[in-house]
Design a protein around this ligand. Structure first.
Ligand code: UDP
Length: 232
């Protein structure tokens, strides 16, 4: 059973696929899944995207640097939204970020992060990598390495990594296991190459799995065979 995990979730987990904003029913599902693993004392770090609010690349009228900064602020909005809802559900949560100095957000200090985990807090890493031209997948890879997670779990709407897009091709084949090199060489679109590359450098295991299948997150942290594992 994994004791320390980094969970990467797209912002659309909060709104529903292709939707914008927040859908409380969706958020309740996330809380249930999260609680099912917190029960076991698992340390959970979360990197949340901002696809439900703003993605830099979708705003062609803006300069990429500005659009991406707005995108990063979107992840801060999502993190604060989650913190408040989690705490109402008795899930102790701290938001850390390097891009914002709001009163409810703490700076990222490695020693403190260990203290938060020891005290049973969920740690939400907001603000992406703090740099434009990246995505929250890459932020997830960085934070997973920094927090010394045993695995980076990417929760998606599909069952794992396929040889081609399963939403378009009926005959798409699901991989059970891949190496980082294979994932990068095949240019699989499920995660950024930069994220795969950071994980390869630091031998950070990645699991891509269907977050919307009930209890999949629990099975994932038990090390069961859900989704696609990317390993050295
Ligand atoms: N972003 C960025 N740098 C980062 C992470 C995110 O500039 O390190 C911006 C970028 O504009 C991106 C947006 O924030 O489109 C939201 O992140 P992402 O697309 O990863 O969200 P998701 O698709 O996971 O919801």
């Amino acid at each position: 059973m994994y004791k320390r995990v980094l969970l990467k979730l797209s912002g659309e987990v909060l709104s529903g696929e292709g939707e914008k904003g927040f859908n409380y029913e969706r958020v309740k599902y996330l809380i249930e899944e999260l609680k099912s693993i917190l029960e076991y004392g698992t340390n959970v770090g979360i990197v949340i995207g901002a696809g439900n609010l703003f993605r830099g690349r979708e705003m062609e009228e803006l300069s990429p640097t500005i659009a991406d900064q707005i995108g990063m602020l979107g992840t801060v909005i999502n993190a604060l939204y989650l913190k408040d809802i989690f705490e109402k559900e008795n899930v102790k949560t701290v938001v850390v970020s390097q891009v914002s100095t709001l009163p409810s957000i703490r700076p990222i200090h490695y020693d403190d992060i260990n203290l938060y985990f020891d005290a049973g807090y969920v740690v939400i890493f907001a603000g992406g990598t703090s740099n434009p031209f990246f995505t929250t997948d890459t932020a997830a890879a960085l934070r997973a390495v920094e927090m010394k997670a045993e695995i980076l779990i990417k929760g998606t709407k599909v069952s794992g990594i396929y040889d081609k897009d399963p939403k378009i091709y009926n005959d798409a084949v699901l991989y059970e296991k891949l190496t980082y090199d294979e994932a990068i060489d095949k240019n699989l679109k499920i995660m950024d190459t930069e994220a795969f590359s950071i994980c390869r450098r630091y031998s950070m295991k990645i699991l891509v799995m269907n977050f919307f299948k009930k209890r999949n997150l629990l099975y994932a942290i038990r090390g069961e065979n859900v989704g696609t594992l990317v390993v050295p």
